[in-house]
Every structure is written in C-alpha cells, then in structure tokens.
Design a protein around this ligand. Structure first.
Ligand code: PLP
Length: 221
C-alpha cells in the first residue's frame, strides 16, 4: 500500500513536465496516506470538505511545509475558516463569494491565492462562471485587492470523449489568455488548475499549470 502510493506519484511525475504542479487530492486519503505521499516530495494537498481537512491538518501539524488547497464549494459561513486554514482556494465560483472572501481576508489580515472557477460547457451540476459572465464581472473582481487572483480552475462534466475534453481545456486556456491580455490592477492569469485522475494528461497538453489527481494516487477508498 505504502509503495503503491509512491509508485503512483512517480508514474504521474514522469508523465508531466517538472514545472507542472502536482496537487494531490487527498479528500479520500487518511493522514497516514498523506504522510506517505509527503515522503515522495509532494507538498501540495487538496481537500474539499472543511471539517475533514481541519482534522487531517491537526494530525499533520509536524509537516509544516505542506501547502493546503481548498477545492470544494464554499458555504459562506465556512469562508473565514477556509481563508485561515488554506493557502490556495481554487473554487471561487461567484462574484458574491469573491467579495465576501475579500472582505474577510481584509479583516483577518490575510491574502489568499485564488483561482476563479469557470465552466466552458454548460453543466447544471457544477458551480462556476460561464465565460461571458466572468468577463463581465472581472472589473469588479479586480478590485478585490485582498485576494491574490492567480488564474482559472475548471471541473469538466462527466462523459466527455478525449477530443471534447481536450477542446474544453483549450477553451479555458484561451479564456485565460484573453483575460491576461487586458490590463488589470491586481488579478493575474498565471495558473490553470485543471485535470483530475482521468484527464490530467489532456489538461497538461492544453496548458494546465496545476493538476489535481486524487484516485490514481490514493486509490478509490
Ligand atoms: C475529487 C476532486 C478531484 C480529484 O478527482 P479524482 O477523480 O479522484 O482524481 C479534483 N478536483 C476536484 C475539484 C475534486 O473535487
């Protein structure tokens, strides 16, 4: 089991450029499994449920250089704790949430790094901005100066072919490029957080800078 986790990480690392950040999605992994992954050099771990994450973070306090990423939908009452306990928030999915996080970050004296969650294919089951809505909201987002807006994040709908998957990731990349070409005071489009266990290779081909595999590292339970 121990070796399986290390082997899985080694295999993924061989398949991606060394500049692509491997974020191990540990939402289904125990603290012990996270420790094993840590021994391979992985320092980025992602969780999608606050309570589970806090309990794991407490048990892993000695691994003080872990960078924690939040990737789940954020209920407003949990926003403060998420800002406090995570270095990155990938799942900022509405203007209202961004403004709330900005206000709370100012109060807390923190400036979390965030990605804006977009959906380039319409999917009623997923949160996030449609590209045209995002473009319209950007001027206001750019005034959220307590957030370090660093890029886009996407989760694709289930059941796409490889071509559809690649093309959807490429749409996210072009959207980021389009945004980057305009001039902003604060926001930057340096990161593209996309690609999970089944599609991270396609995401890397389309320009992902951060991939988020879970099951293929830790197994499915
Ligand atoms: C669970 C999850 C992942 C990882 O998915 P796997 O299929 O386990 O690789 C990546 N991103 C988000 C937002 C997730 O919720």
């Amino acid at each position: 089991m121990t070796n399986a986790i290390c082997d899985n990480i080694d295999r993924i690392k061989q398949e991606i450029p060394s500049t692509t950040r491997l974020i191990a999605v540990s939402k289904q992994a125990s603290p012990a499994a996270i420790r094993t992954a840590y021994t391979t050099g992985v320092r980025d771990f992602a969780e999608n449920r606050l309570q589970d994450a806090l309990s794991k973070q407490e048990k892993l306090q000695d691994l003080s250089d872990i960078c924690w990423h939040f990737i789940g939908h954020i209920q407003s009452k949990k926003a403060k704790k998420i800002i406090t306990h995570f270095d990155w928030i990938h799942s900022v999915d509405s203007l209202k949430l961004a403004q709330r996080l900005d206000r709370l970050s100012a109060e807390l004296g923190l400036s979390p790094k965030v990605c804006l969650q977009v959906k380039v294919l319409s999917d009623p089951d997923k949160y996030g901005w449609h590209p045209s809505e995002l473009l319209a909201d950007l001027p206001v987002l750019d005034r959220c100066e307590h957030l370090q807006i660093r890029g886009l994040m996407t989760i694709l709908p289930w059941g796409l072919s490889a071509e559809q998957t690649l093309s959807a990731f490429q749409s996210v990349k072009s959207l980021a490029d389009q945004i980057q070409q305009q001039s902003w005071s604060f926001l930057k489009m340096e990161e593209l957080s996309m690609g999970m266990s089944g599609d991270y290779k396609l995401a890397v081909r389309a320009g992902a800078t951060m991939i988020r595999p879970g099951r293929i590292i830790f197994g499915s339970n």
